[in-house]
Ligand binder design. Sequence first.
Ligand code: ACO
Length: 274
Amino acid sequence: MAPVPAPGRPHRDHAVTVTAAGLAACGLRLDIAGEVATVTLSRPERRNAMTPAMWHGLAAIGADLPPPVRVVVVRGAGPSFCAGIDLRMFSAEGVPGEAPPPRPADPGFEGWIAGCQEGYLWLRDPGIVSVAAVQGHAIGAGFQLALACDLRILSDDAKLCMKEPALGLVPDLTGTKPLVDIVGLPRAIEMCLTARTVPAEEASRLGLAELLVPAADLDAAVADLTAALLETDAGTARATKRLLAQAAANTLEQQAAAERRAQAALQRERLARS
Ligand code: ACO
């Protein structure tokens, strides 16, 4: 009998090998050029609809990222960034080649979701800055993927939608916290419970984009931002992101103390290297 995964503990149905072929099999492509990794959702004929294998593939990329990588760009091939979960998962036939998800009553159900969430959580690692480059639709799991990144560049044809509640689901791929952090609770409630599509210009006004660019300029904007991020010394960038990431949960005094500790550690490490 197969072991029953513990409730809530991350569980993946199968491991993904981080080779071009292994990633292609779950609809992903990874290009690494020095300090920059580009992860591309590569199922344009299905508008990059996501399956558990794709989430596990994303997690595998995060776990296997070479240490020099400092910037991770996440993008989608074709006209849409991502159309969310592959709706065939809700059909009796399921997605060919994919294990069916456990039933909600199964003890491993929450652990299975935790395994899928691992595909998103690594994008906040202090060692990297993650940038979502979003064109066309970013729906449900796809919107949550954009929210999982530190920064978002939207092309002016981007359309964001937290579709899950309209399908009887809660958003459970780590998107609710960044959404509330960025747009505030009332707007997050409105966006999620109406499941409406938010156009790029409004998304930008709500703070959901650091940059809003014409569709034809998306690649150039990604390249410019990436180059600007790489201008900062790697150790300084990592220490600063770690510091900023804890600011919201700290009191002013705690954060001031964290700043002192971070500065001392950074400068001591620099002295030790010189
Ligand atoms: N799951 C499976 N297949 C999909 C999905 C999806 N989420 N989205 C698109 N596709 C497929 C379509 O079935 C179609 O396949 P076909 O060529 O075999 O008919 C192909 O991708 C192209 O889709 P179109 O609808 O023709 O493309 P268009 O550009 O006109 O529309 C859009 C794109 C708006 C994304 C539309 O496809 C759509 O609404 N998709 C469903 C979105 C959705 O509800 N996702 C679930 C969100 S909830 C969650 O993620 C947890």
